[in-house]
Ligand binder design. Sequence first.
Ligand code: GLN
Length: 448
Amino acid sequence: LLDQALARVEAAGSLNALVSLNEQAAAQAAAVSRRLASGEALPLAGVPVTVKDNINVAGTRTTCGSRILATYVSPYTATAAQRLIDAGAVIVGKTNMDEFGMGSSTESSASGATLNPWDVARVPGGSSGGSAVAVAANLTPVSLGSDTGGSVRQPAAMTGVYGLKPTYGRVSRYGLVAYASSLDQIGPFARSAADLALMMSVLAGHDPRDATSLEVPARFQAGTPDDLRGLRVGVIRESLGGNTSGVDAALNATLEALRAGGAVCGEVSIPDLRHAIATYYLIAMPEASSNLARYDGMVYGQRAVGGDVGEVMTLTREHGFGREVQRRIMIGTYALSSGYYDAYYSKAMKVRRLIAQEFSRAFQDFDVLVTPTSPFPAFRRGEKTSDPLAMYAADVDTVAVNLAGLPAMSVPAGFELAEGGVRLPVGVQFIAPALKDELLVRLAGALE
Ligand code: GLN
């Protein structure tokens, strides 16, 4: 299986989905054979997996798509990756991403852009675009991404695979390089509901090394059409305007399938969703500015040559960080500075609370909420790179979920026909109450 995966990775090299291969993969595969021979039962025995390049795997490079970490080799393994290894998976390599997870297109990586296999002129979404493409192009059956504001769900939608962002705290963040710590979660990509269930069973669970990790039992299973009967599904009204016709059609087809299976669909309003993008970026950027302070050339990765320590740090950060990362550090620092803290960061924290409360209210009437995952399918490479606000707007349907800490999943829901007869995948997002990740996985199976 490993050889097969490596051959596929090589054949699909032009997609630029992977940034490095795991040199210990063969040894890992041999260890799995030994464990199987000694009678161990392994839920992921020999399954080749790929892991986003902001998740540490001992002995592999962890670049986070950044020049500043180009030579950084991780001395330890993230809990999520370790859980895969313990379950018998073999880590084939690390996947490409927007620098430090800051983007929606996987174009800002120091390793170059990742291409969408459905149309190589288009982006795969982001920031976990490499992990999405690894699964969509059949390089590995499953992969890991991270989702701070949509980075698993949005690329899953744009490449036609499943992507799940767990409830904040259900999957350990230990060993995930921090972008915005109160929003970050690791989540799986998969091509089937059964694979999604298997991945969540292995990934979810308490980790004493992550102070925000939750202790809740996990039992994931893909559902059957029977699970739709009586399910109360709320369509979020604020997500209905401004979508492309293909996205509207996919959402309607999903609602029809839900109704046909016996679900009861209605509309629900989350009024403060209109502030979600502004609120998200006023929380994500300050947290990022604080988290990225550690890359000063002293401990991690690359160090520039300079006259004194101040100059070394300045030059290291100037040469090491890309433009979007620098922009976010500056805006984040500004929003945290005394005199502006109350106007920006502190206000965003209050709106965050309001959004979470509006979700709770919606869940009094509905078991699950639904929106498009993105207002549009995969866009063309270069289309949004010169307009940061247009890039931020791509997250309009996903960021509120992270603000509220909820679990959400993107499900393949159809295609939009683009010029030249190109089929572009479209995803629909399901949002569940906190800790109801199991319901999402069941629903994925019920709709398959
Ligand atoms: N596109 C969003 C951002 O740039 C989300 C990124 C993510 O989830 N890592 O912040």
